[in-house]
Design a protein around this ligand. Structure first.
Ligand code: ZN
Length: 298
């Protein structure tokens, strides 16, 4: 009996351990004040609630939202912000990737919308391991998927949807508005940590991150809105890319010298524990690159 209990507890902990890396902000569920910021040409971004930033694009007949935040309540808050801006209905949601802090707010939106995502994002949303909050996403699974690059006009607004390579996840999608020169870049460009967060469990890639950032910088948008945090400039993203690519090269050299992860971290002056703010269980950039390169070497 007691042995059985121990075993089931062990399984429970194993399940929790498996889920922790996929739950970006479960420890920070606080509902932050909603603030809507106006950009140009009928484009806005909504900060606050729980989870990611959201974008709002007002078209001729309807509204296109980018990312849905983390909870249905936060999704509803975005709907309420849209209602303050226009009586037009929300018709589309475009997702920058599958992390729950960007998709679990979808049930706060009406059912029957056109939901657009990169094809791997759709697959990840359908996988139970990506739904630790047990949110019912039926009716919110992407109805249109994009593989690499697609230009489309929605409600009279021109969009370019871009995916270069797996980066933050394998299902990242950049939303570029060529007429307004605004790009919504999801979590590829988030700068909460000294180096980018790569989800290996969602097939992200540090080499793909560098490739994707080259594409993002080459857009030369006037304004970049990341998945978290305030607006960014091309120069800031260029700097982030250069620093990260240099760091990756340095780690690569050390891996080639057969140094251990601990030795590499020491040499780079990094704490051996994961960085604060990465969330529980998230490996630091150095560990991600180390894992990728030692895997390809073996
Ligand atoms: Zn996020």
């Amino acid at each position: 009996m007691s042995r059985y209990k121990t075993i089931s507890l062990g399984v429970g902990l194993a399940v929790m351990a498996a889920l922790v890396p996929l739950t970006p902000s479960l420890s920070a569920q606080q509902f932050l004040p909603i603030q809507t910021h106006a950009l140009n040409g009928g484009v806005y971004w909504v900060e606050g609630g729980v989870g990611s930033n959201s974008g709002v694009v007002i078209g001729k007949d309807g509204v296109i939202v980018i990312d849905a935040k983390q909870t249905p309540e936060s999704g509803k808050a975005v709907m309420a912000e849209v209602a303050k801006l226009t009586p037009k209905p929300v018709t589309h949601v475009i997702l920058t990737h599958s992390n729950l802090d960007h998709v679990d707010g979808l049930p706060g939106f009406p059912k029957g919308l056109t939901i657009i995502a990169q094809e791997n994002c759709k697959q990840q949303m359908e996988h139970p391991r990506n739904n630790p909050q047990n949110i019912d996403l039926s009716g919110y699974i992407p109805t249109k998927t994009v593989a690499k690059k697609e230009s489309m006009t929605i409600d009279g607004v021109r969009f370019v949807l871009l995916h270069w390579a797996p980066a933050h996840t394998s299902g990242d999608l950049i939303v570029y508005l060529p007429d307004q020169k605004i790009a919504f870049t999801g979590d590829i460009t988030v700068m909460r940590l000294p180096y980018p967060l790569i989800h290996l469990e969602d097939e992200g890639s540090s080499a793909g991150w560098v490739e994707s950032m080259k594409g993002i910088v080459a857009l030369n948008a006037d304004t970049y809105i990341p998945g978290h945090g305030g607006s960014q400039t091309t120069a800031e993203l260029q700097q982030r890319m250069t620093n990260t690519a240099a760091r990756r090269e340095k780690i690569k050299e050390l891996v080639a010298e057969h140094k251990s992860l601990e030795e590499i971290k020491k040499e780079l002056g990094e704490p051996l524990a994961p960085p604060a703010g990465a969330g529980p269980g998230f490996p630091a950039f150095t560990e991600v690159v180390y894992k990728e390169l030692s895997k390809s070497r073996s």
